[in-house]
Write a protein that binds this ligand. Structure first.
Ligand code: SF4
Length: 284
């Protein structure tokens, strides 16, 4: 049985420059109580007589949701005791918080990391964020909560080298998601500038002429998307059109003569083409 993906958005304390903030509207603390009741009703209706044991919490920052622990207890009472969370990891720098999560079924965290020390702090707009993340990793490693890193490829962390404690971690890279409210000029790099280390790790693009793809990580990504982000079992009282937004991919004029257009190549966001053009593409 696939896990349920649940939007549980608390306020994020970071201010990442590329953040698409799909979940920001209506997520101030005043309506957490309303949200808590709505989401519980939705889950109960959705589950019906089915039995689920695993879920993934996404949002802005699920751990800052006012009724976070009550929500974990609610899941536990439904038999959902394998819980994964997409989080900055910040709150897990508090050992007691991390332990309580573990006791309530938190098995793994999906955490963004943008570089070492001050690079991570700069990208997140938060002094000390890297230090807290290190503490969090120490805590959850002791407790037995797993963690999986991902990063976002932007000017501010180019050329994406990860040293220190995170050096040996497998890091899945994303290009910033599309959002009309974002100014791509502030952070967008050309895909052809991305170094070899990252070329096979990039989501959401597959651009064969730039040798950007997912070949080495295909299996992981397919499992990841089937099991979590991409599955259809997504519950939220908000009307969030993520799938619709993510489907907006375009090709350059040069691509018209390419055999991979509408085939093996995903294309890129319109904003990307507006900014960088299609000079870097080489039709196949
Ligand atoms: S030329 Fe265009 S369609 Fe062909 S692989 Fe490159 S980006 Fe994709």
């Amino acid at each position: 049985m696939l896990p349920i993906v649940i939007n549980l958005s608390g306020d994020c304390t970071q201010k990442c420059i590329f953040c698409h903030g799909y979940f920001k509207e209506g997520m101030n603390k005043d309506n957490h109580s309303w949200y808590f009741n709505e989401i519980k009703k939705k889950i109960l209706v959705f589950i019906g007589r089915k039995s689920f044991t695993e879920c993934m919490l996404i949002g802005n920052e699920p751990t800052n949701f006012t009724y976070f622990f009550e929500f974990l207890e609610f899941l536990n009472n439904l038999g959902i005791k394998d819980i994964y969370i997409q989080t900055t990891g910040e709150r897990f720098s508090d050992y007691d918080f991390a332990k309580k999560c573990y006791d309530l079924g938190v098995k793994g965290l999906y955490i963004p990391i943008y570089g070492d020390d001050e690079i991570h702090d700069k990208v997140t707009g938060k002094d000390g964020a890297y230090f807290k993340l290190k503490q969090a990793i120490e805590n959850i490693s002791k407790i037995g909560i797993k963690y999986y890193f991902h990063t976002i490829l932007i000017k501010q962390n180019y050329p994406f080298s990860f040293e220190g404690v995170f050096k040996k971690s497998r890091i899945i890279a994303h290009y910033p998601y599309k959002d009309n409210k974002l100014d791509y000029k502030l952070f967008s790099i050309k895909l052809s500038d991305i170094n070899e280390y990252d070329k096979n790790n990039i989501l959401p693009f597959r651009i064969p002429c730039l040798k950007i793809g997912m070949s080495k990580l295909d299996k992981i990504l397919i499992n990841y998307s089937k099991g979590h982000i991409g599955n259809k079992i997504k519950i939220s009282p908000y009307k969030i059109e993520i799938e619709k937004q993510n489907k907006i991919f375009y090709y350059g004029k040069k691509c018209d003569s390419c055999a991979y257009k509408n085939n093996l190549c995903t294309g890129v966001y319109k904003e990307y083409l507006d900014l960088h053009g299609d000079n870097e593409f080489n039709p196949i």
